[in-house]
Design a protein around this ligand. Structure first.
Ligand code: NAD
Length: 483
């Protein structure tokens, strides 16, 4: 039994300080056993409308100090409730306990940085006596919150991704209505309660839940929304772009990030690269937008590199997500696992060689290692959102590697291993991506640094606490006589 009956969470929406239930509910499943571990209301457009009206009619009055204190306290509470939150991350998402703990720590960082940034006023001052047209005046800028922000979040980081929307919104005195995914909505609700406990006014964060067909459109078109911040897949992102009209949009979409291993590496360096490659492919069960989805290794070192990757993948303990020793748990559901496995078999038919695949059990996929994958195989051209370790052998010519790397529709992040600074710089300049990490996983970041993709991976609006705070505010310019 994965979850005790007494633990099952049948949650309500959080609208204007009330807990709102509906007759129809959406069940939440534990991917490892498929048992139902809780539910949320199947809310409708009416619920979203009410929440946006409450948000737009409320004017937050929190000082910078008060916002900072709420954010700081939230980070502390996440730390104090780490085990509870990690347990629910595992139960609703199926990732292993170790990955769940990591996510709680990332979320804490988000609140730590937002608490700091809430204290910073980035207003600018321009003297006006600078030219022959000068006047004895000064121009100043200040930031103001918007009426209401709509946030729509994906299933794969139920705590951290949601925090990347909420914390900058609070730091800028905004009111947000958040619709978490129907697949993993319970952590977002637990987080909202932590925020209220830390002192956040109910109007500044409301949570609505529902099936996309019932509530999705209202989250994009409601007249009180000034900003839609969306993280999720490309099709929904493009739908929002088509429907939301004049509203300001942040679209953080999918990826199929390359990890490039260059031919100047010693055996010791190749070992290091193999460690990064496997960790980057299986973190969060491969369900990170920035997970390593393609290992591009240059031909002349491939025969030395591939056995190292294989050994590291074989050493990964996959299985029961709740076992603290487990290093790789499940993907979101068995259908997803089945699709990814199907793509592996399709790549094999195209000539690739499966080196390690000890078998799938429902939503539990091992770290499947497959070599000689064609660079245009569906397995690596599409976003295969699971712990697959696909190796694509590429020519020793860096220009050609960049061409192959840039040949997909995505452009989120990338990782490159070389010890040659000139080559590193060439990759930083040549890859069509939002981020390029030398000697690191594509997913590496701190929660405050700018993050976001180009091409189909997003509209180049960055997240990260500082960028999101800028995005969530309007700059007002004002000027005064300055004799
Ligand atoms: P998804 O697009 O299926 O769903 C995302 C959200 O959109 C969910 O809340 C869902 O309920 C909602 N939604 C679905 N249909 C809708 C509709 N018609 N109208 C309004 N809302 C609708 O994505 P997912 O499968 O939950 O998440 C995985 C995807 O998210 C992957 O592609 C991953 O790469 C991406 N992602 C991107 C980033 C990033 O920062 N770029 C981060 C995490 C995840």
């Amino acid at each position: 039994m994965a979850v005790l009956k007494s633990e099952i969470r049948n949650e309500g929406m959080r609208i204007g300080g009330e807990i709102v239930f509906t007759d129809d509910v959406i069940p939440v499943h534990y991917p490892f056993t498929n048992e139902v571990v809780g539910s949320v209301p199947a809310g409708t457009a009416e619920h979203a409308k009410r929440a946006f009206e409450i948000a737009a009619n409320y004017t937050p009055k929190l000082s910078r100090y008060e916002r900072s204190q709420i954010l700081r306290r939230t980070g502390e509470l996440i730390g104090e409730r780490r085990d509870y939150l990690a347990r629910w991350l595992t139960l609703e998402l199926g990732i292993c306990h170790q990955h769940a703990i990591y996510e709680t720590k990332r979320a804490q960082d988000v609140y730590l940085f937002a608490a700091q940034q809430a204290l910073v006023d980035d207003g600018e001052i321009f003297s006006c006596d600078l030219t022959h047209n000068g006047k004895p005046r000064k121009i100043f800028t200040k930031r103001e919150p918007v009426r209401a922000i709509s946030a729509i979040t994906p299933f794969n980081h139920p705590l951290n991704m949601v925090s990347h929307k909420i914390a900058p919104s609070i730091a800028t005195n905004n009111c947000m209505v958040l619709k978490p995914t129907e697949l993993t909505p319970l952590t977002a609700i637990a987080l909202a309660d932590i925020l209220y406990e830390a002192g956040l006014p109910y109007e500044m964060l409301q949570i609505v839940t529902g099936w996309p067909k019932d509530i999705g459109e209202e989250m994009m078109v409601n007249e009180n929304i000034d900003i839609v911040t969306f993280t999720g897949g490309v099709p929904v992102g493009k739908l929002i772009a088509a429907k939301a009209g004049y509203k300001r949009l942040a679209l953080e979409l999918g990826g199929n990030d390359p990890f490039i291993v260059c031919n100047d590496l010693s055996d010791e360096d190749l070992e290091k690269a193999a460690t990064i490659a496997v960790a980057g492919a299986i973190g969060n069960s491969g369900q990170r937008c920035t997970a390593i989805k393609r290992i591009l290794v240059q031909e002349s070192v491939a025969d030395r590199f591939v056995p190292m990757v294989l050994a590291k993948a074989k050493a990964v303990k996959f299985g029961d997500p709740q076992d603290p020793e487990t290093e790789l748990g499940c993907v979101i559901h068995a259908e997803a696992a089945e699709l990814f496995e199907k793509r592996v078999f399709m790549a094999e038919k195209e000539g690739a060689k499966i080196l390690y695949h000890p078998g799938r059990q429902g939503a539990l996929l091992p770290p499947i290692v497959i070599d000689h994958v064609r660079h245009d195989s569906e397995l690596v051209m599409e976003e295969t959102f699971g712990p697959i370790v696909p190796i694509v052998r590429v020519p020793d010519d860096d220009t050609e590697v960049m061409r192959i790397s840039n040949s997909t529709n995505f452009g989120l992040s990338s990782g490159v291993c070389t010890n040659d600074l000139n080559r590193a710089i060439a990759y930083i300049n040549g890859l069509d991506v939002g981020t390029c990490n030398i000697w690191e996983q594509p997913g590496y970041r701190i929660e405050m640094s700018p993050f976001g993709g180009i091409k189909d991976s997003g509209n180049a609006v960055k997240e990260g606490v500082i960028e999101a705070m800028k995005f969530f505010t309007n700059v007002k310019t004002y000027s005064l006589p300055w004799p």
